[in-house]
Design a protein around this ligand. Structure first.
Ligand SMILES: Nc1ncnc2c1ncn2[C@@H]1O[C@H](COP(=O)(O)OP(=O)(O)OP(=O)(O)O)[C@@H](O)[C@H]1O
Length: 242
């Protein structure tokens, strides 16, 4: 095993993974630098979710290495991997999956409550994140009273409430209308940049990818390119792959 470069928070080498014979990752290598927003852009089914699940320790790749800082994730015992995920990573799904019986702030505070943070402190932290994400006014409501975009912002607050080192966002705005999607994306990226949180963003949408510092493109489980997003380069690179 070769240790990863020092300035990469996440580093993956030669990842291969297939789902019941369907190849999802074919020899993928990449590094994610501390504090950057990296977009993984590709068409539906190109392997983005599988990649994020491998990088975040949810799935152990069938071949290859994943490192978080100087720890090898691919060889970590399951309990240690779970702890790392809980303490250091945040995750946003395409659909907001909230606990219907809990108020919005309790949903946002859930990772803190589950790790034993006292209720009052967990509530204060959750409310701070909800304010940052423009969802503070909904704190006392239950999920069914919230619009889809509001529910997604509660899910974002839940992913950020532990101030993770790395936030993984899998198509976080794919199910929202364009205006709501832009708002959610803006609040997430502002929050991660102001807290120096590293973000890996999977998207099929070239416009969404332009919030990133760097875009890597994917097709049929393979990396097809990289671009720095300082103009329309990233959008163009992403368009080529979708
Ligand atoms: N649990 C599974 N069982 C079988 N095949 C799967 C499974 N998960 C993913 N696949 C297949 O693996 C390939 C990559 O899927 P993956 O979800 O990683 O891609 P994606 O780019 O995230 O797509 P999407 O945007 O639709 O989620 C696809 O061909 C998909 O059909």
């Amino acid at each position: 095993m070769v240790a990863p470069p020092d300035n990469d928070v996440i580093w993956a080498r030669s990842l291969h993974h297939a789902h019941r014979g369907t190849p999802a990752l074919v020899g993928v290598s990449l590094g994610v630098r501390e504090g950057e927003i990296l977009a993984v852009c590709g068409a539906r089914g190109s392997g983005k979710t599988t990649l994020l699940r491998c990088l975040s320790g949810q799935l152990v790749p069938q071949q290859g290495e994943v490192w978080f800082n100087s720890s090898p994730v691919h060889t970590m015992p399951p309990l240690q991997r779970e702890r790392m995920r809980r303490d250091r990573f945040g995750w946003i799904d395409p659909e907001p999956v909230l606990v219907p019986e809990l108020k919005a702030w309790e949903n946002a505070a859930l990772p803190l409550l589950l790790s034993g943070v006292p209720r009052r402190a967990a509530k204060a932290t959750a409310l701070e994140w909800m304010e940052r994400l423009d969802i503070g006014a909904a704190a006392q409501k239950r999920p069914h009273l919230l619009l889809r975009a509001e529910q997604q912002r509660v899910a974002v607050a839940r992913a950020l409430v532990t101030t993770p080192s790395v936030l993984f966002a899998d198509e976080p705005t794919a199910t929202l209308h364009a205006k709501d999607a832009a708002h959610v994306l803006r609040t997430v990226t502002t929050a991660v940049r102001s807290h120096r949180i590293t973000m890996v963003l999977a998207t099929h949408d070239p416009d969404t990818a332009t919030v990133a510092d760097r875009v890597i493109t994917f097709s049929d489980g393979r990396r097809t390119g990289t671009a720095t997003v300082d103009d329309t380069e990233g959008r163009a690179a992403c368009s080529l792959s979708v």
